[in-house]
Design a protein around this ligand. Structure first.
Ligand code: SF4
Length: 447
């Protein structure tokens, strides 16, 4: 399998682009992790990977979207973007995730990539604006990999993405990338309506036949103003996704990305481990894209290095969540987010100004953390990569006590049948445990 993957990488891609991937995302990406580890040893913090949602506008209206896609256009302007990227690069960062809205609606997107040939960009896109001309430009630049989202069959795609003909337009963009030998990935937010269509060998084989080099199976997050909780996977669905990811890695010549488990199959949250944080279209600095709460911005006077180092909100977020769960706090413990926002006076960074209400409406449900359901990596290559770069950086071993974990499935609420019940109702029997920053031993305080 490894030989078949190596053969594909060597024969099906542009060698110059492959070299850029290896050099910028691989070697420099590893270097950014080494620098991160050294900072942690010195008691300093700066996430080695940043995600930037550079624009809110989008041509689609997906179910469960958390972005103000129909709101007034807000974007990170070229100057601010260059400044932010330069400050992050000065800290050793080299790999950046670019999100939207739809990033290709940002008129200066390609100029941003061109201005940073020493960095590598992964663009989360619906592919609709990747014409042959744009794909040619991406190949010329060489430091960009589009990650194109496919959300199901023609019918399911249209339903998930709120418009007719979405899949064919997406596949057209994907084909333009592949025709131009651009390093391209496909991602899916796996949910109840697409799990049978896309979580199978037939789909992965099709991607391989087309020339797609990597895929990423996210799990649907129940967030946003219209969160569609009926789409969320149950525990068995979560297990299926993890099992498929792990088994595909040892069977198919395609790279499979995931962001929720270490090499031993133990759940983690990349925002809690400090591996990533997120910057929104208004410049707000948030724990991750779906948590639209912030106390700082890239437009603040202070350098980014100082902002990350001194952010009490982000530090408290990492520590408090790590005390309570290895899973996704948004799905499992929305009450903690509300308490953290209140404690730090975090601003709602949405235009609609309903983020707090939306969080309060979330019915707690299980996420990637299901004790006893750990599925370790079977591929030595992924094990090695995760051992080096993708683990908890000591956050959970230091903070997490499994006995403190509140299982959302046994807190008296049934996510499948209580779609309108709030986190407050569901967790009423267990007051949220919030750890005070001012207390070095993190003695819990109940708020
Ligand atoms: S809070 Fe949830 S969605 Fe955000 S990074 Fe963590 S696991 Fe992912």
């Amino acid at each position: 399998m490894y030989l078949r993957l190596a053969k594909r990488l060597l024969l099906e891609t542009d060698k110059r682009l492959l070299w850029k991937l290896v050099h910028l995302a691989g070697w420099r990406g590893l270097w950014s992790v080494i620098k991160h580890k050294r900072r942690l040893k010195r008691g300093e913090f700066f996430p080695p990977f940043l995600y930037l949602s550079i624009i809110n506008t989008c041509n689609l209206r997906c179910q469960g979207c958390w972005v103000d896609v129909a709101g007034k256009q807000t974007k990170i302007e070229l100057d601010a973007m260059n400044r932010t990227l330069n400050e992050a690069k000065a800290m050793g960062n080299a790999f950046f995730g670019i999100l939207g809205g739809e990033p290709f609606l940002h008129k200066e997107l390609l100029d941003i990539f061109a201005a940073h040939p020493d960095a590598y960009f992964q663009v989360f896109t619906n592919g609709h604006f990747i014409t042959d001309e744009v794909a040619k430009r991406l190949r010329q630049l060489g430091n960009v990999t589009p990650l194109i989202s496919v959300e199901g069959s023609e019918f399911v795609s249209d339903q998930r993405r709120g418009r007719a003909g979405v899949l064919s337009k997406t596949m057209e963009g994907l084909q333009n990338c592949l025709n131009n030998k651009v390093m391209t990935g496909v991602c899916t937010s796996v949910c109840k309506t697409n799990i049978d269509d896309l979580l199978n060998d037939r789909w992965v084989d099709r991607l391989i036949d087309m020339g797609v080099m990597y895929c990423w199976f996210h799990v649907y997050r129940v967030v946003g103003p219209e969160s569609s909780p009926e789409l969320a996977l149950d525990t068995e669905g979560l297990r299926r996704v993890r099992e498929f990811v792990v088994s595909t890695r040892v069977r198919k010549p395609i790279i499979v990305i995931d962001a929720y488990h270490d090499g031993e199959g133990r759940a983690l949250c990349p925002a809690v481990t400090g591996f990533t944080h997120h910057i929104g279209p208004s410049g707000s600095i948030e724990p991750c894209p779906i948590i639209q709460l912030a106390t700082e911005s890239i437009h603040d006077e202070r350098p980014l290095r100082e902002v990350f180092q001194k952010s009490d909100f982000l530090r408290d977020f990492r520590e408090t969540v790590a005390h309570n769960t290895r899973g996704c706090v948004v799905l499992e413990r929305p009450d903690l987010l509300l308490a953290l926002a209140k404690k730090h006076g975090a601003k709602d960074t949405t235009q609609r100004q309903t983020a707090i209400e939306e969080i309060a409406r979330i019915t707690p449900r299980r996420s990637q953390y299901v004790p006893g359901m750990e599925i370790p990596e079977r591929s030595w290559a992924y094990r090695l990569a995760k051992w080096f770069a993708f683990h908890d950086y000591g956050v959970y071993s230091k903070n997490f006590r499994p006995s403190d974990w509140v299982d959302p499935d046994s807190c008296g609420c049934d996510p499948a049948s209580s779609l309108n019940r709030s986190s407050e109702t569901c967790l009423s029997s267990s007051a949220p445990t919030v750890y005070s920053l001012s207390h070095p031993s993190h003695t819990p305080t109940h708020e």
